[in-house]
Design a protein around this ligand. Structure first.
Ligand SMILES: [Zn+2]
Length: 148
């Protein structure tokens, strides 16, 4: 994936919708840059543009794991409901089971990278930037700049 900038290359106030949009689009929550994944399952340590450390604390990815689990279980629930609705009472339960199992395998794999960037965005919404985050100062958003 290449590094693609937001339309504006200026730091924007980090509103919740902006953070969620960036998280869902696999972008850095702080600057909006792409290029955060080496492979589908391998996220870089820091954003290539602003230097934001994506794993801010030890255990950070537990939130992404929880989110991926929740989304996957919800998808499986939907697959079960759809499978039962389509096959009840005389349909092929084999087809329903295949659909449910496929959902249980595919959804967590597809959602994996989104869960990481989305969790990083949610984390940044809950825990604003701190000096230890050590980001490029040009990307510190206006709302969280400290007066000297
Ligand atoms: Zn960034």
């Amino acid at each position: 994936m290449s590094v693609v900038a937001d339309p504006s290359d200026e730091p924007q106030p980090l509103t919740i919708p902006l953070l969620l949009r960036r998280g869902l689009a696999l972008r850095c929550p702080l600057c909006g840059s792409g290029g955060l994944f080496r492979h589908w399952f391998t996220i870089v340590e820091r954003c290539p543009r602003c230097g934001f450390r994506l794993e801010r604390i030890e255990g950070h990815w537990l939130g992404a794991l929880g989110m991926n689990t929740t989304v996957s279980f919800a998808a499986v629930l939907v697959a079960v409901i759809v499978g039962v609705a389509l096959t009840y009472p005389d349909g092929s339960t084999t087809a329903a089971v295949i659909g449910i199992v496929a959902t249980a395998i595919i959804v967590p794999l597809l959602f994996f990278p989104v869960s990481k960037t989305l969790w990083s965005a949610i984390d940044l919404a809950m825990r604003p930037l701190e000096p230890e985050d050590d980001v490029d100062p040009r990307w510190i958003p206006p709302a969280s700049r400290h007066e000297a």
